[in-house]
Design a protein around this ligand. Structure first.
Ligand code: NIG
Ligand code: FE
Length: 416
């Protein structure tokens, strides 16, 4: 109740599908609004006055838990469609080396980077990992996020990848929000397989993916397709195995080098993430499809890069874009989508409205969950975030401190 600005994210043009071009600015704002939810689902959305006059609400007022939003802004709970929460330690040595001038790729090829996180996860008990992931989920909700994609990818053995996914599942069962698990067994080639990456790809395709699918431990298969990780051909093989096992696919792509998209588009990927490098002809293909381009400016910021993905070029060409944190210990140790949105505005020239759309409904499309997530509409899950601001543009404006005071996760309110 008493919502000053309610950003419903309902499509104003009535177009279905991910938001593109000028649709990214359609926030569907209602002033002086109220939302009613029952059993974790949104039942009605409208003016506060109409809610007070509603005979059903009047009759059941004593049964309804009323949240007074004090004239503040309410948005759909953010959908963070790209995180790597299953690791044990921060990577502080790499951090310092980069400050002294080494690049991410130089550190990775010298044995740092992703490979230096493997031992911690391989040696950790599942219980330790559950505790770590639960901590992440609690903290991410305090930033306004209610749906989180969570990748494995720091074990890179069959056993430790399945353990990571099991830890994600157990943590998710103990959190009121929504978690979407992704198998990222193809994060890098671990050193036991150096020089015979094909053997590792076979392990991913013939063991990890089938076991994760059979155990219903993952919804997506992800691949880090770039220089120093997996080739386009290897990515195609892994996508093929993912689809054959009933899983959808997504990829880390174009972070360091440009890769041709056509061979991958035939697997109908849910998203391509990073995409700092992409050709004009590939943009034209993306503009015709529902594969989301997920931008993760936290990684550019934390790696100290001057360049950011060219969001304006993507948006102006009609490519549907989402924003995510890419929370991970190497390139983006942040759980804050408002911070990613702030970077998107200041460094990528997205407007605050575009950034909010990219972090809500288009994030939901990136997870293939737009039927239930990403906007405040009757029938959708009751996922909301209340920010202590009077104008939505303040969300990316006040960077570095969370203004989120309350989240509602599948109908469960949590104060922050
Ligand atoms: O999304 N690019 C690949 N994966 C991560 C980095 C992982 C790491 O350094 O631990 C990313 O940036
Ligand atoms: Fe990532």
């Amino acid at each position: 109740m008493n919502i000053g600005q309610l950003l419903t994210l309902r499509s104003e043009s009535g177009n279905s599908g991910p938001r593109r071009g000028s649709e990214l600015k359609e926030l569907g704002i209602l002033a002086e609004a109220a939302v009613l939810s029952i059993g974790g689902k949104i039942v009605s959305v409208g003016s506060a006055k109409a809610a007070l006059r509603d005979p059903w609400i009047q009759r059941n007022r004593n049964e309804i838990t009323e949240i007074d939003c004090a004239g503040n802004v309410v948005v759909p709970g953010f959908v963070d469609s790209h995180t790597h929460p299953v690791f044990t330690l921060p990577r502080l040595v790499d951090f310092e080396k980069r400050l002294e001038g080494a690049t991410y790729e130089q550190i990775a090829s010298a044995g740092g980077g992703i490979r230096s996180s493997l031992e911690g996860v391989r040696n950790a008990t599942k219980a330790t990992l559950v505790k770590k992931v639960l901590g992440v989920l609690g903290d991410i909700a305090a930033q306004g996020t209610t749906t989180v994609e969570a990748k494995s990818g720091y074990g890179l053995t069959v056993e430790s990848e399945l353990k990571s996914l099991a830890a994600i599942r157990e943590a998710a069962q103990n959190w009121p929000g929504t978690v979407v698990p992704t198998l990222l067994g193809a994060h890098v080639v671990p050193k036991e397989f150096q020089g015979c990456s094909q053997k590792y790809v076979e392990t991913v395709c013939l063991e990890m993916i089938p076991k994760a699918a059979r155990g219903r431990l993952a919804r997506f298969v992800d691949v880090f397709c770039d220089r120093g990780a997996f080739t386009l051909e290897e990515t195609e093989q892994i996508f093929q195995a993912g689809r054959a096992n009933g899983l959808s696919v997504r990829a880390h792509l174009g972070q360091f080098t440009e890769t041709a998209l056509a061979p991958l588009l035939k697997f109908d990927p849910a998203s391509f993430d990073h995409m700092d490098h992409v050709s004009d002809s590939d943009l034209a293909q993306l503009a015709r499809r529902d594969t989301i381009t997920t931008l993760v400016p936290g990684a550019n910021y934390f790696l100290g890069l001057k360049e950011y993905p060219n969001a304006r070029r993507l948006i102006d060409r009609g490519v549907p874009v989402a924003l995510a944190t890419d929370y991970n210990p190497g390139t983006s140790p942040t759980l804050s989508l408002p911070m990613a949105m702030s970077l998107a505005c200041t460094h990528m020239k997205m407007s605050p409205a575009e950034a909010i759309t990219a972090a809500t409904i288009n994030g939901a499309y990136a997870l293939r969950m737009a039927d239930s997530k990403g906007s405040i509409e009757p029938g959708k899950d009751a996922d909301l975030a209340v920010f202590a601001v009077k104008d939505y543009r303040e969300i990316p404006y006040w960077f570095g401190a969370s203004r989120c005071r309350l989240t509602v996760l599948n109908g469960v309110p949590v104060s922050h």
